[in-house]
Ligand binder design. Structure first.
Ligand code: FAD
Ligand code: SF4
Length: 479
């Protein structure tokens, strides 16, 4: 086929990914977007202008060579495209599904300035799914053994990436995980209709095939300390900590302790990690009423709302700012709206009202308006003086999370900032405790999968330098 001119490329419309119809998908937990067919992927790839200085690469926290992987799709060499992705990203099938592309790579795509950006995330998903579906994925090569032992604490995207990068360099790696299975928020937070379990499990399997060992049901800081791990019994030379931000924030309004009020983390964990949606086949119960109120409008809120919908509820999202300020990915908001979820923007819950048995029955809200911009640059919501009351028999608080405190509180020598976020050197991921590196939500207080991966890569490279120099690298740790 003759090479297309830039004008011809720009004339191609962005291909929407086919999806399950809203009225069907609210009755199941299957993935909503169905993926591109080969020809659609090639046609979407043909929209890429192969810019000389591609901004999209700068927009990707792990600097995937985006034009290169897209050009391989256009040529029809899907396997090579997946291999190109894996040069920089161990988890492309996950990132293609959950990255906030609209705020990262696609935000700065040159074509996006005139029309719609190239569907980078969808193409990333396509190439990595093609590789998986056709059994083309190869176990990554591992360097000869260095004789060094490294512990990774936490098996979320930060821990998985650190384990991969450290093992690849020839070190012996053991991942310690509090839960009975790996994946972190990817498993216990992000719903199956956005990220199927098979995708995560495949990545864990590949780590195992590389020789990474997993110790589940082990809470470092409780079952054993970091010092135990670096002491004679365990003999680890260094530790990467990626224990995330799993401590839910609550509003503190009256009635928050009523039965039927959940944190989104507890709610989602019960469903996705503990299988509560299959009660009584799974023993974890989930009390859920008919009218569910979700407080917040981030990704977690959309996940909780869409889950409650699939479990048969009438769902309303309450958010104290306007839709423009809602932190959720554009796609998640769009999907939630399509799924018949009601949004009450500029509504701030002030009280949960219970019955005589202490079960929530109503939610009281102030009607808000936006005032002057605050320190975050966003216009501050303020009460208008009006209020309303809605019936509600389950409320789910999705107001964000704080850092998991177990590692910092059990290791006071690890410096934290005033929000309890672990302080790590941005160039190395080194914490204030000798030999201990960190990455992911633990050092950001809550971010994204790809940011967690990017930080884990940085920390893994520094950790390698540290163990290979027998702890002599970096001047900032005194013995
Ligand atoms: C519901 C929800 C939806 C989200 N949606 C998106 C999205 O669409 N896109 C996106 O990019 N990001 C999303 N995020 C954010 C993203 O999931 C996180 O930024 C990312 O998972 C952080 O990775 P992590 O490895 O640092 O931590 P986590 O994924 O939290 O993993 C930490 C792991 O450490 C384990 N652990 C904790 N303490 C210990 C201990 N003491 N010992 C042993 N193990 C321990 C935990 O059990 C957990 O498995 C979402 C978050 C939530 C909660
Ligand atoms: S990893 Fe995320 S940010 Fe990077 S190219 Fe893929 S979708 Fe974009």
């Amino acid at each position: 086929m003759a090479e297309l001119t830039p004008k011809e490329r720009m004339a191609i419309e962005r291909h929407p990914m086919p999806e399950q119809r809203p009225e069907d998908r609210v009755k199941n937990f299957d993935e909503v977007p169905l993926g591109f067919a080969d020809e659609n992927a090639k046609r979407e790839a043909a929209r890429c202008l192969d810019c000389k200085t591609p901004q999209c690469v700068e927009g990707c926290p792990v600097r995937i060579d985006i034009p290169a992987f897209i050009k391989l799709i256009e040529k029809g060499d899907f396997d090579a495209s997946a291999k190109k992705l894996r040069e920089t990203n161990f988890l492309p099938a996950i990132c293609g599904r959950v990255c906030p592309q609209d705020q990262q790579c696609e935000l700065v795509c040159i074509i996006g300035k005139r029309g719609k950006p190239v569907a980078i995330g969808s193409l990333e998903r396509f190439a990595s799914d093609y590789e998986r579906d056709n059994g083309l994925r190869k176990v990554p090569e591992v360097a000869a053994s260095t004789g060094k032992k490294v512990a990774v604490v936490g098996s979320g995207p930060a821990g998985m990436t650190a384990a991969y990068e450290i093992r690849k360099r020839g070190h012996d790696v053991t991942v310690f995980e509090a839960f009975h299975r790996g994946g972190g928020v990817l498993v216990y937070g992000i719903p199956r209709f956005r990220l199927p379990l098979a995708v995560i499990d495949e990545d864990i399997n590949f780590l195992e095939q590389m020789g990474v060992k997993f110790m589940y049901n082990t809470i470092v800081g409780k079952s054993m300390s970091l010092d135990d791990l670096m002491g004679p019994e365990w003999g680890f030379d260094s530790i990467f900590v990626g224990t995330g931000a799993g401590l839910p924030k609550m509003t503190g309004v009256p009635g928050e302790n009523l039965n039927g009020v959940y944190s989104a983390n507890e709610y989602l964990t019960r469903v996705y990690l503990m299988g509560a949606n299959n009660f009584p086949d799974n023993v974890t119960p989930l009390y859920q009423g008919k009218k569910v109120g979700i407080i917040g409008a981030g990704n977690t809120a959309m996940d909780a709302a869409r889950t409650a919908k699939r479990l048969g509820a009438d769902v309303t999202v309450y958010y104290r700012r306007s839709e423009e300020e809602a932190p959720a990915r554009t796609e998640e908001l769009h999907h939630a709206k399509e799924e018949f979820i009601t949004f009450k923007f500029l509504s701030n819950p002030t009280e949960f009202v219970g019955d005589d048995n202490f079960f929530i029955r109503q939610i009281k809200c102030d009607v808000m308006e936006l005032g002057e911009a605050d320190d975050s640059g966003r216009r501050r919501p303020q009460p208008t003086g009006e209020s309303f009351v809605d019936d509600c028999d389950t409320a789910i608080m999705a107001l964000g999370c704080d850092v998991n405190p177990i590692i910092p509180t059990s290791n006071p020598e690890i410096e934290v900032n005033k929000w309890g976020v672990v302080v790590a050197n941005p160039e190395t991921g080194a914490t204030s405790k000798k030999g201990v590196f960190a990455g992911g939500d633990l050092i950001t207080g809550g971010s994204t999968v790809i940011q967690a991966m990017g930080q884990a890569k940085v920390a893994a490279a520094a950790l390698h330098e540290y163990v290979m120099s027998n702890g002599n690298a970096f001047g900032y740790w005194q013995d």
